[in-house]
Design a protein. Structure first.
Length: 263
């Protein structure tokens, strides 16, 4: 079991309740990363489902839970022959923190009828760069859990040269050796710096609502994250992330609505 597996494990209490312990190692300057929190919730949902994979997840981030003990409460809405539907709530101190609707199914390796191979072509990993290590007092503990190699233009904001377009692109893998799985993908779809940084915004950009789809089980190796946005307006922005595995296959898609960072 890897550190990430331990940090996201859900221990069954009864048919509708799971104990979890939110790990402080996945913080982004104080709040815990939304992708990490989704992975925790999905562990409980999949365990309670007759199917193996979380193929569609919609999460509303009601509050920002603290590191420490919490519970996931699951409610089975319907289970059919090919998919099941579950409502899940992450609760801390008897207060709902995250609400999720999850569809589970069982994916199999199958040759796609059609696959869009177009899209942005990333530079080679050796031509990409890492972000500087955050200062210990920053509370950015998430960085130590990930290995991210960024397409250089998309982190121009770090040196005062944002591109002016909402975008972020990087190669992704866990810092501890681990083949990507659906829970790693849940983390990956929310692992990039907010795309709005490339428009000149800074500060914590809290996600309000995020939906992501698991399209295929990823091959071992680096994942490629391609993030972009369509509109930044009135203190809100959208972010879309496409995830491809080491074989170039589309394995996950995500879209979120978030607040522009304050700070």
């Amino acid at each position: 079991m890897t550190k990430f597996d331990e940090a996201t494990q859900a221990i069954r209490v009864d048919e509708t309740t799971y104990d979890v312990c939110l790990d402080p190692g996945y913080a982004i300057g104080g709040p815990l990363n939304g992708g990490y929190l989704m992975a925790v919730v999905l562990r409980a949902v999949v365990d309670s489902s007759p199917f193996e994979h979380p193929v569609s997840t919609t999460v509303q981030f009601l509050r920002s839970p603290a590191a420490g003990p919490a519970r996931v409460r699951v409610e089975q809405l319907k289970a059919g022959k090919t998919a099941a539907f579950t409502r899940a709530t992450l609760v801390q101190n008897d207060v709902a923190q995250i609400a999720a609707l999850v569809t589970t199914a069982t994916l199999h390796d199958a040759e796609p009828t059609y696959a869009d191979e177009s899209g942005y072509v990333m530079p080679r990993p050796e031509d990409c760069v890492r972000l500087p290590d955050p200062k210990p007092e920053s509370g950015m503990t998430l960085n130590a859990q990930l290995d991210l190699l960024f397409d250089p233009p998309t982190i121009g904001w770090l040196s005062g040269r944002p591109t002016g377009r909402p975008e972020s692109r990087a190669y992704f893998r866990m810092a501890e050796t681990q083949d990507p799985d659906p829970y790693v993908l849940a983390l990956a779809v929310d692992a990039l710096p907010p795309v709005v940084f490339s428009t000149g915004a800074r500060g914590w950009a809290p996600t309000v609502d995020l939906t992501w789809h698991l399209r295929a089980l990823p091959a071992p190796g680096w994942l490629t994250l391609i993030g972009g946005g369509r509109l930044v307006s009135g203190g809100w922005f959208d972010e879309e992330v496409e995830v491809r595995d080491s074989q170039g296959r589309l394995v996950a898609q995500a879209r979120q609505l978030a607040r522009v960072g304050r700070g």
